[in-house]
Write a protein that binds this ligand. Structure first.
Ligand code: AMP
Length: 420
């Protein structure tokens, strides 16, 4: 072991588990690409104020969890704790919203950083794949995103997840509710910090996980009873569209989520096999965010799905993805001449698009065959001096155990035929 370890709250993705991560990313990406979302990549750090303003000054993410730094040039930066603010910033900066075709639909995939209390499923560095539809207010867009996320989880073979859905209202109705909730919260027996939170961001108190707090919240006013007609109608349409698509969801009237920018549609995907860190993904509508970061009014909706937790969910359900073996053909060379010839064959196979690997390190037959087994390859090419003298290599099918001699210049064809 080296003197150094991965920093607290982080871990390394290593084979073979790392292949599952890639497959999860790919599966999610396939859904959004297939629905017209274009790939966007933004820097891993941004002006700290983008998040302070965008995510919200009073959120845990901004007050406690951001990795901030001052550069040698004096810039105040933060490692990105989430994707939406950056993606919207990038879209605004490139004037994508002025090119006449709204919504601008973007997807992304990358690393995010939060200085959280590390525990199972909750890391300081984690991966998300996200999708944002910027610049349109249309319940079908909210529905599209929920359906796509559901499809991604289904495609992965997950079953034990639930979709929680709520509406947070808009700038007409939410302030009225906010006041009613605040009045209610002031009458409760809460600790000082929670009371302070009730003054700055009362909706977040609903999200408090403590049992004694939840007990007191049983009779809290519900946003649903305060939604204006426009928000009600909008929410009803989202519910109808996803229901028609066969997506099962639960109305969760207390679902708020940890970021300030959400309006109207809010949703979370939770998995029942994950313990306390059960949210595998979440998102919603953020009609006011663009203006909060200095842009024009651009009603938008999006989600981010956590790759780490999705992998944990697969493991919790015992789902094994059907991943193709990374190597189809493994070459075992016995002797110098065979090394030269088979190394050439491996290159030829790779150039023809066939995944091939080679027994490196000058091992003997036994060690090399172990490598071949470990690689998961369907076929092995074995050659020693006698084979070469006859102008052949041995092609072995690792499943059936059958082996036959193949002429050197027919290796590619023979391999192709046998893999087909
Ligand atoms: P959020 O922006 O907090 O809604 O996060 C969206 C998704 O990212 C969550 O549902 C999680 O799957 C994942 N996520 C957020 N924070 C973490 C974390 N600290 N560790 C692992 N995954 C996380």
């Amino acid at each position: 072991m080296s003197t150094f370890q991965a920093p607290k709250g982080t871990y390394d993705l290593i084979p073979p588990r790392s292949a599952v991560f890639l497959a999860v990313r790919d599966t999610i990406a396939t859904q959004v690409r297939n629905a017209g979302y274009g790939y966007v990549e933004t820097p891993g750090f941004e002006d700290v104020n983008l998040f302070a303003r965008g995510v919200g000054e009073s959120t845990d993410i901004v007050t406690k969890e951001m990795y901030t730094l001052t550069t040698k040039g004096g810039d105040q930066l933060a490692l990105r704790p989430e994707g939406t603010a950056s993606v919207l910033r990038a879209a605004l900066q490139a004037n994508l919203h002025k090119q006449g075709n709204l919504p601008v639909k973007l997807w992304y995939s990358g690393s995010y950083y939060r200085y959280e209390r590390a525990q199972a499923g909750r890391y300081r560095h984690f991966s998300q794949v996200g999708a944002e539809a910027i610049g349109a207010e249309d319940p079908a867009l909210d529905a599209e995103l929920i359906i796509l996320a559901d499809q991604a989880y289904r495609a992965l073979g997950l079953r034990q997840y639930r979709i929680l859905l709520n509406s947070l209202g808009d700038k007409e109705c939410r302030p009225v509710y906010r006041e009613a909730l605040q009045t209610f919260l002031r009458g409760l027996d809460l600790d000082e910090e929670t009371l302070r939170r009730a003054e700055i961001n009362p909706l977040r108190v609903l999200d408090d996980k403590r049992v004694d707090v939840q007990k007191q919240l049983v009779d809290a006013p519900l946003l649903r009873d305060y939604l204006c007609d426009a928000c009600k109608a909008y929410h009803e349409q989202v519910r109808e569209l996803i229901t028609a698509a066969g997506v099962v969801f639960e109305d969760d009237l207390k679902l708020v989520r940890g970021l300030d920018y959400y309006t109207r549609t809010t949703f979370e995907f939770v998995h029942d096999g994950l313990g306390s860190q059960s949210a595998v993904g979440g998102g919603g509508r953020y009609d006011g965010l663009s203006e909060m970061i200095g842009g024009p009014a651009l009603p938008s909706v999006g989600w981010a799905l956590g790759v780490d937790r999705t992998v944990l969910a697969l493991e919790a359900e015992g789902v094994t993805l059907d991943l193709p073996a990374p190597t189809s053909v493994f070459a075992v060379a016995l002797g110098e001449e065979a090394r030269r010839v088979l190394f050439g064959k491996v290159t030829e196979l790779r150039r023809a698009g066939i995944a091939a690997d080679f027994s490196f390190g000058g091992k003997g037959l036994k060690g090399s065959m172990k490598d071949a087994n470990r690689s998961g390859a369907r076929l092995t090419l074995v050659a020693g001096e006698r084979d070469l003298a006859e102008g052949v290599v041995q092609l072995k099918d690792m499943e059936s155990g059958e082996q036959r001699a193949v002429a050197l210049d027919e290796v590619l064809e023979a391999v192709r035929a046998q893999l087909a």
